[in-house]
Design a protein around this ligand. Structure first.
Ligand SMILES: NC(=O)c1ccc[n+]([C@@H]2O[C@H](COP(=O)([O-])OP(=O)(O)OC[C@H]3O[C@@H](n4cnc5c(N)ncnc54)[C@H](OP(=O)(O)O)[C@@H]3O)[C@@H](O)[C@H]2O)c1
Length: 299
């Protein structure tokens, strides 16, 4: 990536896209952002129109259908956006030689391997969301692997960061529920790595600066389960409120149509660290900086 490169962020109104745009701005680079209705990645002609107009050197795809439970009942939309939409972006990137960065998920794994997962570990998604995201990975590689166009698939997990007025994320949902006095029963048998969007955005730019290509796992370092993450959020925001540990089976009784999630999806970061020479900050450190960012926004 060069300072003069034209950067296109797709899905620009989303949570991660906000952080990616900020990371480019902090380097003095202005990115062009597009989202629906200006672009619909499920339509090749819509993608071609935007690429024709912007002529990007680097495309960052933050667009996705991210409602994991919603994907179960809307499988066709999940595959169209998270699968074929990515294929459309990859074909368009190949045709103009643009570097393509795409975000995927820990939910491409089934969660049965109880050690941090490496990029080349066997995948086996257990949800419609994970299956759609894996289709996207497959179509991207079909279009770009073996060409001289650089590409990155960054698998990440448990993202949170500042969102727009209508957006939501896990910390905000926990804080809102506590403020409303609702009981907090949170799953304590799914393990992963909460990841602050600003840290993922920074890592993305670092990989681009290193001219890396391929699949990388990028999350904050360390691991926890959802209930302890909820406790950490409450503590960080100085809210004294109880959290009850429940199991995934308990949650299925409360919300029977929720998607199955991997019980263990901690990602091994060593490929990222080798490529960049940089460690990822811990999830606790990410949460501390998220708190500071939210305080700055609200004052
Ligand atoms: N959030 C997580 O915990 C998490 C975890 C692992 C991986 N990821 C991955 O990280 C990436 C960013 O996630 P995020 O949470 O920042 O997503 P997000 O906030 O849901 O943003 C996604 C954006 O894409 C837009 N979009 C949806 N369909 C589109 C289409 N057909 N064409 C163009 N844009 C479309 C959405 O618009 P509308 O809102 O109008 O639909 C939204 O603005 C995604 O690839 C996601 O799969 C997220």
């Amino acid at each position: 990536m060069n300072q003069q490169d034209r950067v296109l962020i797709v899905g620009a109104k989303g949570m991660l896209a906000r952080a990616v745009r900020d990371a480019f701005s902090s380097r003095g680079m202005e990115a062009v952002g597009v989202d629906v209705p200006e672009i619909d990645i499920t339509k090749p002609e819509s993608v071609a129109g935007v690429f024709d107009r912007v002529k990007p050197h680097v495309v960052i795809n933050c667009a996705a259908y991210t409602n994991v439970d919603g994907c179960e009942s809307n499988r066709a939309i999940a595959d169209a956006v998270n699968g074929h939409g990515v294929g459309n972006l990859a074909e368009a990137s190949r045709s103009i030689g643009a570097t393509l960065v795409h975000y995927s998920t820990d939910y491409v794994f089934d969660g049965s391997l109880r050690r941090p997962l490496r990029p080349d570990d066997p995948v086996g998604p257990v949800s419609a969301y994970g299956q759609g995201k894996l289709l996207g990975e497959t179509l991207l590689q079909k279009a770009l692997r073996g060409t001289n166009v650089a590409w990155l698939i960054l698998r990440t997990a448990w993202l949170y960061g500042p969102v727009g007025p209508t957006g939501n994320n896990f910390p905000q949902a926990i804080l809102k529920a506590a403020a409303a006095g609702k009981p907090l029963r949170v799953v304590a048998d799914q393990f992963g790595s909460p990841t602050y969007t600003a840290d993922l955005a920074e890592a993305t730019l670092t990989l681009l600066e290193k001219r890396s290509s391929g699949i990388f796992h990028v999350t904050n370092a360390g691991q926890t389960h959802w209930a302890d993450f909820a406790r950490a959020v409450l503590k960080q925001f100085s809210v004294d409120y109880p959290v009850e540990n429940i199991t995934t089976d308990d949650w299925k009784k409360i919300k029977p149509d929720s998607a199955t999630r991997p019980a263990y999806s901690v990602l091994d970061l060593s490929a990222y660290e080798r490529a960049t020479g940089k460690p990822m900050p811990s999830w606790q450190d990410g949460l501390t900086r998220y708190h500071a960012a939210m305080k700055a926004i609200s004052t």
